[in-house]
Design a protein around this ligand. Sequence first.
Ligand code: CMC
Length: 432
Amino acid sequence: MASNMITITNNADGSSHEYPLKTGTLGPGAVDISALYRDAGIFTYDPGFMATASCHSAITYIDGEQGVLLYRGYPIEQLATRASFLEVAYLLLYGELPQERQLLHFERDIIEHMMINENLKNFLNGFHYDAHPMAILCGVVGSLSAFYHEAMDVNDPDYRDISARQLIAKVPTIAAAAYKHSVGEPIMYPRDELRYCANFLHMMFATPRADFKPDLIAEKALNLLFILHADHEQNASTSTVRLAGSSGANPFACVAAGIASLWGPAHGGANEAVLDMLLEIGDVANVPKFIAKAKDKDDPFRLMGFGHRVYKNYDPRAKIIREVCHQVLEEVSGAGDDPLFELAMKLEEIALNDEYFVERKLYPNVDFYSGIIYSALGVPRNMFTVMFAVARTVGWVTHWTEMMSDPANRIGRPRQVYNGPERRDYLPISKR
Ligand code: CMC
């Protein structure tokens, strides 16, 4: 066997075939078994993609054992404390940190694209006042393709760039409009003189009644959270965007599919679920009861905000948020002693020392803390996952762009092991 080849042997018939081992710049390699079915007539079986790489990607690297997260090679800790969200968006999208002029142009372009077509308001108004804002976001983002379809050509790199920027610019506007709809307030338009995160705060919290000055601490907190949520390689929603896009679907539809996938409580919906859980626990005295429920295999309850498919060490994003959480709470709302935060700390402490969680390497993830910060910023619970979607739009469009410019891209089409009935004949209804 050549050193960069892996041999797969079928013990049933003694046949063996060699497959190349693909290596990247960091992390484990992957056996390219794309010819396995042709060679051996069998598929591979890997539900949940536990050990399957679906693509090459140069965007984000995670070492789950060591708790490392790099965006285009830069450690998340450095970006989170020193960069702006749009600087990180530029880095993810184009591969390099921008020069000053490039960043200025990029920022201006994004802010200029933040307005949405006025007719989109009709879609918003069609939703019931108590519709979940994720449902509104998913529907309205999907409808963008009906508004911005001029020169829609997913094979044209210029179009891809424009649509990526449009999505980064318009998703926050739609997100804030969804919130305004739910509270029955008029939609606030973006303002040219405000930065991205300040603009978002303005669209969420300003009203036509009075001048609004976005709070600097809140802007800083939002900037940090958005950076931490900007990308996370092949997670469920990003893989959904890639799979939808692999058929040549337009990027607005693909991102709407990503939003739908993000909404689940095992993924982006966890930040809302964490707050629900903390409120349900209510008091430190009840923590042991809920830990016991989480460990009980007959109980579907899971400790929300704990565990991660890839991190088997502390989620580096959670580490960063944990450090700033107290500070943000104190500065934003004077709520440094917020009982929910105290409860979260206690829950974390107990879980981290419990054999069940230790054995399974279940650490708090990014969403364990993000909801507490969003709460302190005055963001209602049902908007937490929407906030995640605003930030992750950068990752989604970056992955979509990378995939569309990859010559190896082909339609995503998994196989299956069929276990339904064998062939049988139709019987008329009177004979069944
Ligand atoms: N509470 C209790 N037990 C858990 C938890 C939890 N939160 N997470 C995993 N386990 C147990 C699980 O029951 C299993 O035990 P056993 O080996 O005895 O059967 C073991 O740990 C491995 O779990 P798994 O379900 O095989 O792990 P997974 O990689 O399929 O799932 C996860 C990862 C994130 C979906 C899961 O840990 C979970 O549901 N966590 C709670 C939801 C959550 O916080 N999600 C946000 C993830 S971070 C943000 C994002 O990326 O979107």
